[in-house]
Design a protein around this ligand. Structure first.
Ligand code: BGC
Ligand code: MN
Length: 322
């Protein structure tokens, strides 16, 4: 009797401890909510990229740049020291934040569209890092910053529509819709379009480098200008945080286009820290009617006022009232 009771207690405590430890390990496991996704591996990236450039680049008449080594030598290039860095060879960047290699003819022309309001510190870090990062890819690119001037809740998707419209006017065949707080970590994450719209940041540090759900299509997305027009752009009715990227995903799938991603080792991003934005309470209801709305809500219904367009040394600034 005396021997059995403490023995039982011992087993019970042990089981309890195992239970608690298992629970903690499970909760802390980074891939607890990971969604596995199909991707284009490193060997197939170059073949997947669409060679397409603006007219001025196509007239350059030098031999074409080579991208094979850039993709094959994919490596981790990020360092938080970028905060103290400056843009290397800033004189090679044209006013408006445009760059193209001179020694060879770029195969890809990309407009990087950044919706923006009141994130000055992040913007400075983004511009410095991105110009240094993008130049080593030997692509032709230009950064368009679309800033919401009014005090209404932030309308990310509408700003992206505006940026896409302007970039199309400048002749860009490929658009990259890019949050200002996200930065690529791998040198081979090519800033160019492929056959289907591409989610570029499935391995985000904020999500412990795992994709939370298959349909996540926000942050950084590459889409051709033609496809963006084909799906009528993004919805203009999402005010505040959330849902507009899910709506974009619905449009692309409903149109039967499909999406893709590159392998995780090409798709790592870091997110700069910031306070969470105010969520849009109506986002779920809006999303439910996304398919019904998509033909009448988008580029076809885009109304805004351009307050100013200015060529800064590192970006084209488009200031708008939504
Ligand atoms: C929101 C998206 C957001 C995602 C990840 C979803 O619930 O609707 O807009 O990108 O969460 O944060
Ligand atoms: Mn963010």
């Amino acid at each position: 009797m005396f021997v059995r009771i403490p023995y039982r207690l011992h087993i019970y405590d042990l089981l309890k401890t195992i239970g608690i430890v298992t629970l903690i390990v499970y909760l802390a496991l980074p891939f607890r909510f990971a969604s596995h996704y199909d991707y284009i591996d490193g060997a197939h990236i170059e073949g997947a990229l669409l060679p397409q450039v603006t007219l001025n680049v196509s007239l350059q008449q030098t031999f074409e740049c080579s991208y094979t080594d850039i993709i094959a030598n994919n490596r981790f290039v990020y360092s938080s020291a970028y905060y103290h860095e400056t843009v290397h060879h800033a004189e090679e960047i044209w006013p408006g934040g445009e760059f193209r290699p001179e020694q060879c003819q770029a195969r890809y022309s990309t407009a990087i569209i950044v919706p923006y309001r009141q994130r000055e510190e992040q913007l400075r870090a983004f511009l410095t890092y991105m110009h240094n990062y993008l130049r080593q890819q030997l692509i032709h690119y230009r950064i368009f910053l679309v800033e919401q001037y009014d005090q209404k809740p932030f309308n990310r998707a509408m700003l992206l529509n505006i940026g896409a419209k302007v970039a199309a006017e400048y002749g860009f065949p490929c658009l990259i819709l890019h949050d200002v707080d996200l930065m690529p970590l791998n040198s081979g994450q090519m800033y160019a379009c492929v056959e289907t719209p591409r989610h570029m940041c499935p391995a985000l540090d904020h999500w412990r480098f795992h994709l939370p759900y298959q349909g996540l299509f926000g942050g950084v997305v590459a889409i051709t200008t033609l496809q963006f027009k084909q799906i009528n752009g993004m919805s203009n009715v999402y005010h505040g945080w959330g849902g507009e990227d899910d709506d974009l995903y619905v449009r692309i799938m409903d149109e039967g286009i499909g999406i893709c991603r590159f392998a995780p080792e090409y798709s790592e991003y870091t997110m700069l820290k910031h306070k969470p934005e105010n969520p849009n309470e109506h986002r779920r209801a809006l999303l439910q009617a996304a398919k019904l709305r998509r033909f009448m809500d988008g580029l076809s219904s885009l109304v805004y006022k351009e307050v100013e367009r200015r060529m800064h040394s590192l970006f084209t600034h488009i200031l708008v009232e939504t």
